[in-house]
Design a protein around this ligand. Structure first.
Ligand code: MRU
Length: 399
């Protein structure tokens, strides 16, 4: 089975006027698709992580915002744009860290603003700028966000694969997989492409406390696709690195600041510190929609705080901490750019200094919907050894 047979995390049934999402809170035990119509249902699905992962929540919000005005009785495009604004604000309030949520909603709003402007200047005469035309354009924009994400992930996979060798052990944290995107995932894309091309990767999936995205989701989707995957508790990453079982760490991200600091699921920065200790390259996989050049450093990335129950009882048969005990539950942490070997985007591989390489990639012309040929990936700067303190110990290589 390949990634192409995995269920889609999020899609629109336009005829029925519903957003269909695979409820990721029920995986791996149940495969349940929810049909969501109301804004508050879509907000709840994003907040509760039924649909999750930075690109997937962007796609869900894009479709959600379209559905939010689909039945509007607005008489003009500017009235429709006025109705769109609170829908956008409501969906944007679901989660704060992944910039893709805001990026997708901004893109939807910009699409409507363009049409509203055209409508005003043309006196509303052309069909594209009718209310029906504007609704159709919003759907097309959301479809484009979804379709582009699939291409983007595949390109990220092609670029990432140029950094990896056959037979390598790869460690990943959280789920930056097909479930978190339109397809392929970001950090998992090279794993899927590598599987098709006989790379024989052995993947270690951190279980990813407290919500277990690694154990429940990454292990599920990789094993469905026939990829060799081993679940480890988060506190076992050090031993598998020390034993020489890991040749590269591949993670996704929720937001990359202009200086290359990268927010990803809580625990990622600890994995980066371990990787540096053992001299293992640490690669962040980021669609450019996750790169926030307006955010200068990781210190400015808002970190979502979640409910204590996720730590104390959510996945336990019984509560596992005394009632009333204080709990700190940040959902993300920021990996300092100096711990990151390279950031893999759809337009190429950014190497340190990231403030230069990311800006260069972001400014580059967007490739047409095509993947680079294998081995022809571009790099914004020739890859060099990670900066900062040198690795204290080299891992034993298994290749
Ligand atoms: O809280 P989640 O499960 O939405 O967190 C997701 C992550 O941290 C992913 O690693 C990230 O969004 C990258 S998805 C390609």
């Amino acid at each position: 089975m390949s990634v192409l047979h995995l269920p889609e995390a999020v899609r629109l049934d336009d005829e029925a006027g519903v957003l269909i999402i695979l409820d990721q809170t029920l995986l791996p035990n149940e495969t349940v698709f929810l049909r969501l119509r109301e804004q508050k249902e879509i907000w709840e699905a994003i907040y509760q992580l039924r649909v999750r992962g930075a690109p997937a929540i962007g796609i869900a919000a894009a479709y959600g915002s379209y559905l939010g005005v689909r039945e509007s009785k607005a008489a003009t495009v500017s009235e429709l744009a006025a109705e769109f604004a609170p829908v956008k604000a409501f969906l944007a309030s679901a989660r704060p860290t992944a910039v893709n949520l805001f990026w997708a909603l901004d893109r939807m709003e910009a699409c409507l603003a363009r049409l509203s402007e055209m409508a005003t200047s043309s006196g509303g005469s052309s069909p594209e700028v009718s209310v029906a035309g504007a609704k159709a354009a919003l759907k097309a924009e959301a479809d484009a966000i979804r379709a582009e994400d699939e291409d983007v992930c595949r390109s990220i996979g092609e670029h990432s694969l140029t950094l990896l060798k056959k037979g390598w052990g790869l460690l990943t944290h959280c789920n930056a997989g097909s479930l978190a995107t339109a397809r392929y995932g970001t950090a998992t894309a090279p794993m899927y492409l590598g599987a098709e091309r006989g790379y024989g990767f052995k993947v270690f999936a951190d279980e990813t406390r407290p919500l277990l995205q690694g154990a429940r989701l990454t292990a599920w989707e990789l094993s469905q696709a026939g990829i060799d995957v081993t679940v480890i508790c988060d506190n076992m990453a050090s031993i598998v690195m020390k034993e020489g079982r890991v040749q590269a760490v591949l993670v996704g991200c929720d937001r990359v600041a202009a200086n290359g600091d990268a927010a990803n699921k809580i625990g990622t920065s600890g994995v980066a510190i371990l990787a540096r200790h053992y001299g293992i390259p640490f690669y962040v996989h980021a669609p450019l929609s996750s790169v926030d050049l307006k955010c200068p450093t990781g210190a400015r990335i808002p970190i979502e705080q979640r409910k204590p129950e996720e730590v104390t009882e959510r996945w336990y048969a019984r509560r596992m901490a005394p009632a009333g005990v204080k709990v700190y539950n940040p959902a993300f942490d920021v990996t300092d750019n100096e711990l990151i070997t390279a950031i893999v985007t759809e337009r190429g591989i950014a190497c340190p200094p990231f403030s230069e390489s990311l800006a260069k990639l972001a400014a580059a012309a967007s490739p047409k919907r095509a993947s680079p040929a294998p081995g022809r990936a571009s790099r914004a700067r020739t890859q060099s050894a990670p900066r900062g303190r040198p690795a204290r110990r080299q891992p034993r290589s298994r290749t």
